[in-house]
Design a protein around this ligand. Structure first.
Ligand code: ATP
Ligand code: MG
Length: 396
């Protein structure tokens, strides 16, 4: 994401007489010298005015004041300064009110470290002491913490996610409010909680965040909580896990969960993700030989790499380095059945038999011989092999 392009959007808004700033998480990340995600812009211009000023816009949330501005092939979320009305049932504000000042807009944001704005000249607007909290590693809610968590309980999960990503700790009153209001997480949709939880699992300080989840009893109010794991900050290095599926597997193994698919269904994980976790869990539990060519071929590089990482994360012995696994995989004569020198049709012609399950059985046998280097993967090599075998109906 380009600050240069974002500043051009800010400048254009200013040239039309509006106030405009880069705001929120991106300012926090810039001050921490962390990689930047999406760049959000806040402005005094109303959505219709933003649409008038920029040739390419997408009205994603006009009623909340948000328009996406396409500029230099990038997208910027441009949102009118706003405050939020009463929250209905801890979900969404009943109405939003547009404002002229950035301060009003910053006051609706969740934590002081997220309530910072950056002006065109690099000046920081910081009405709540967010910069100092950033320096001290403190998570402090803007305003009265209890009220802010009651308005939107997801903020508590966001806070725990920031503990995991940044290693920060909660300020005292914010911490007490978290303990008091954790039960309100039941009001939040599983999908929104899951998204925050997955981000939490991806943080280098995840063990610290998990410790906090238990200490505050927040885990009791999450799907399938409370969790059973023992926290061991020294032992588990979450940053060694590279994908969200590996992290879920690590988490499930720590909780000794028997049936991952059922458990993760409650967390509403997409089917593909659940299936991948299930495969890795099974591989982690099994005692497979990573040096066996047929194992490499059957399970594939991606699942096996994941298995190695999760096993290491759990402190289990793995006899092979990832680089050796990759090297062995690249030496496999074929990577999939489609690469076999013979296919089902040819097999059928060769034996002059009706199609049936025997074809798959034969292909599997040939495949195994090729992988184990017993036969060369060429049409003549394979034919020679099957000639040695009997006709399918005579096989024992
Ligand atoms: P990320 O690194 O995941 O993008 P972020 O803090 O930027 O973290 P976003 O969801 O992109 O999170 O939100 C952008 C900004 O909007 C936040 O920094 C914060 O100022 C504000 N914000 C987001 N969610 C909430 C919320 N639930 N309540 C109050 N303010 C929020
Ligand atoms: Mg963001």
């Amino acid at each position: 994401m380009s600050f240069k392009l974002a500043n051009q959007v800010v400048e254009k808004l200013q040239n039309h007489g509006f106030k405009a700033y880069i705001v929120g998480g991106v300012v926090r990340d810039r001050l921490l010298r962390r990689p930047t995600g999406d760049i959000d812009i806040a402005t005094s211009a109303k959505p219709e005015e933003v649409q008038r000023i920029f040739p390419k816009t997408i009205p994603v949330g006009i009623e909340h004041g948000t328009v996406i501005v396409r500029h230099g092939k990038q997208s910027f979320e441009v949102t009118t300064f706003r405050s939020e009305g009463r929250y209905i049932d801890h979900r969404r504000p009943s109405e939003v009110e547009f404002h002229e000042s950035i301060e009003a807009d910053l006051s609706r944001r969740d934590f002081t470290i997220n309530s910072l704005a950056l002006d065109r000249n690099g000046g920081i607007i910081d009405p709540f002491g967010g910069k100092e909290d950033l320096e001290q590693g403190i998570l402090k809610a803007v305003g009265t913490p209890s009220e802010r968590f009651q308005e939107d309980p997801l903020r508590m999960m966001r806070g725990i996610r920031f503990v995991s990503i940044l290693g920060f700790g909660f300020e005292e009153t914010t911490y007490s409010a978290l303990v008091e209001n954790a039960f309100l997480l039941k009001k939040i949709s599983v999908e929104r909680i899951r998204d925050e939880f997955e981000k939490m699992l991806g943080g280098p300080y995840c063990e610290k965040a998990l410790t906090l989840l238990k200490k505050t009893n927040v885990d009791c109010h999450l799907p399938r909580g409370p969790f059973e794991f023992q926290v061991q900050t020294e032992k588990f290095h979450w940053s060694e896990l590279t994908t969200v599926e590996e992290r879920w597997t690590g988490f499930l193994a720590r909780n000794q969960i028997e049936d991952p698919v059922e458990w993760l269904s409650v967390w509403k994980l997409p089917n593909q993700r659940k299936a991948k976790v299930d495969r890795i869990v099974k591989l982690v539990r099994s005692d497979i030989d990573f040096t066996c060519a047929y194992t490499l071929y059957t399970y594939g590089l991606s699942d096996l790499k994941a298995t190695i990482r999760v096993k290491r994360f759990l402190g289990l012995l793995v006899e092979i380095e990832e680089s050796e696994l990759v090297a062995r995989f690249s030496q496999l004569p074929i990577k999939s059945r489609a690469e076999l020198a013979i296919n089902g049709n040819e097999l059928q012609k060769f034996f002059r038999q009706k199609p049936g399950p025997w074809i798959t059985e034969y292909l599997e046998k040939i495949e195994r011989c090729v992988i184990e280097g017993k036969v060369e993967n060429t049409p003549s090599g394979v034919k020679e092999l099957i000639e040695k075998w009997q006709q399918p109906y005579e096989r024992n």
